[in-house]
Design a protein around this ligand. Structure first.
Ligand SMILES: Nc1ncnc2c1ncn2[C@@H]1O[C@H](COP(=O)(O)OP(=O)(O)OP(=O)(O)O)[C@@H](O)[C@H]1O
Ligand SMILES: [Mg+2]
Length: 133
């Protein structure tokens, strides 16, 4: 079985690197190319958020998973950054504290088969997204 990939995301190069590795992992697990691309986009958006919005403990973990015969990839983005004051607001299209498009998190939620976010002010943010082959 192919193992986990864990990467610290501190700068743009790390974002590009984990995006590329996500795409490779999906290809290795036999994902169709449209789905590999979806995974790469999810990972890229989450990694960008680590880079732009969190300052510490910024990690992306990619884990191959198998559940009742289904093969998938679980993406966990975690940080010990500032946290999000209003998660529902952050999940709405167009909301950005950074003059971004505010398209990242809602886009990830739409692209993922399973999505979960939890965040606590002053503690950090964890996002879990899964895609099934
Ligand atoms: N890891 C995080 N830590 C703290 N705040 C975050 C984190 N990720 C997202 N946020 C907050 O949620 C908001 C919405 O995130 P989202 O990715 O949707 O938009 P954005 O990053 O501002 O812009 P875009 O992704 O479109 O370039 C951010 O502006 C930021 O306030
Ligand atoms: Mg973003």
């Amino acid at each position: 079985m192919i193992g986990d990939i864990v990467a610290e995301v501190a700068d743009e190069l790390d974002v590009a690197d984990i995006r590329r590795r996500a795409r490779q992992l999906a290809d290795d697990l036999g994902f169709r190319s449209a789905k590999s691309y979806r995974l790469a986009t999810i990972v890229s958006e989450l990694a960008h958020n680590l880079h732009f919005h969190a300052a510490a403990g910024r990690t992306i973990r990619l884990t191959p998973v198998e559940l009742s015969g289904r093969v998938g990839i679980e993406v966990v983005s975690s940080d010990t950054g500032p946290g999000i004051a209003d998660v529902a607001l952050a999940m709405s299209d167009g909301y950005s504290t950074n003059r971004g498009l505010g398209a990242g998190l809602p886009g990830v939620a739409r692209l993922a088969d399973d999505f979960h976010i939890s965040s606590e002010l002053g503690v950090g943010t964890t996002v879990v997204a899964r895609l099934w082959r």
